[in-house]
Structure formats: structure tokens, C-alpha cells
Design a protein. Structure first.
Length: 202
């Protein structure tokens, strides 16, 4: 259920604590699919304004293919690169509220919005092909009430692109209209990191 796993009888299910290491798909070189490796790497440490998520599902996008081939910036400079840009999972740790030199203290609302066990989904620059990832607390999105995590892990990119297509076309209508008016937009494609929408006069 959204908002946290619940066992029969309404009792919250125990939230697993994060281990020191995790399995992840890593890139040590770029190329065809055979460059992908599964390795044991450290579990990321969340900053003061981030949540730590145990990943239940992820998806394969065109951007992931480009990243594997070295055409996307490496979000993990160093010895390895963890691909994967969309995910759904369960929050393990929430913001501490403590400030650091590089990460200011989050607002009270941001720090208390989530709790361990909440089900979230989101888009990241990389790192979703792993058992755990971190994401800024205000960028995580609660999974829809009727959507399983396995579905949510592959839904967010399309949802975001649909929203972008609608906003772009409505802005186009407003810019060309002499006065505000209603507009209808049909989104014909919203996947693979791109979108196609068309305006219907209204």
C-alpha cells in the first residue's frame, strides 16, 4: 500500500535497515551490453536533504542505452558508473535535518514529509540499477494508490513526459492567442526521454 507496507491486520511491516554494501549493475567501460557487470558496492549515504530508498523496480530507457555507450555524463565519477534513471521503491532512511557545508538543513516540511516504509518513485541521473539509491526528499514522488511498485518503476518517465508535452502545448496556445482560452492537447508519444504532442483548437 502507498505510504508504507502494511501486514494483515493493519500492522506496519518492519522496514529493513540498510546494509553497508549492495549489489549494483556497474559500468567500468562503455560499449555493448556485455560491458555490464554486477558488483558489490557501498550503499550510498544520503545527504541531509535526501532519502535513502530500497529499490524494488526500475526500467530500461533509451537514455540508459546511451549512458551504457558513454554518451551521457557519468553521474558517478570514479571507478564505476551505476546506470538506471527511473525507479520505484521503499524509503529506508529520511532526512536528518542536519546541515553540512555542502547541503543546507532542509525545511521542517521537507524533513517530515516522508517516513521509513513509504513507497515512492522518481527519476535520477543514474544509480537506479542498484539495491539502494538516494534522491532529494522533495524530488521523490509518492506512488499512486492503485499502482504496484513493479509498475511504478516503469511509469514515471512517461508520466513526466506527458506532463511536459501538455505544458508546452498549452504555453504555445497561450502565446499565440489574443486572449486566454481553453485548449485541448493530445499526447501521442511520451517515452524514451522524448515527447510528441499536438494542439487541438478549443
Amino acid at each position: 500500500m502507498p505510504g508504507g507496507a502494511v501486514m494483515p491486520g493493519g500492522v506496519p511491516a518492519p522496514v529493513p535497515s540498510a546494509p553497508a554494501t549492495m549489489r549494483a549493475v556497474v559500468l567500468t567501460e562503455f560499449g555493448e551490453p556485455d560491458v555490464l557487470r554486477i558488483a558489490e558496492v557501498p550503499v550510498p549515504t544520503p545527504a541531509a536533504d535526501e532519502v535513502l530508498v530500497r529499490v524494488h523496480a526500475t526500467a530500461l530507457n533509451r537514455a540508459d542505452l546511451l549512458q551504457r555507450r558513454g554518451f551521457y555524463p557519468n553521474p558517478f565519477p570514479g571507478e564505476h558508473d551505476i546506470p538506471g534513471m527511473e525507479f520505484a521503491g521503499e524509503i529506508v532512511a529520511t532526512p536528518s535535518g542536519a546541515a553540512t557545508a555542502s547541503s543546507p538543513a532542509p525545511s521542517h516540511a521537507r524533513a517530515t514529509r516522508w517516513k521509513p516504509g513509504d513507497h515512492v518513485m522518481g527519476i535520477v541521473s543514474g544509480g537506479a540499477y542498484a539495491e539502494y539509491l538516494t534522491i532529494p526528499a522533495d524530488q521523490a514522488m509518492r506512488t499512486p494508490r492503485s499502482m504496484a511498485l513493479a509498475d511504478a518503476g516503469a511509469a514515471i518517465e512517461g508520466l513526466a513526459q506527458s506532463q511536459a508535452a501538455i505544458a508546452a502545448k498549452i504555453d504555445d496556445v497561450d502565446a499565440k492567442a489574443s486572449r486566454p482560452r481553453k485548449a485541448k492537447v493530445v499526447v501521442r508519444k511520451a517515452a524514451d526521454g522524448s515527447y510528441v504532442g499536438e494542439r487541438i483548437e478549443g
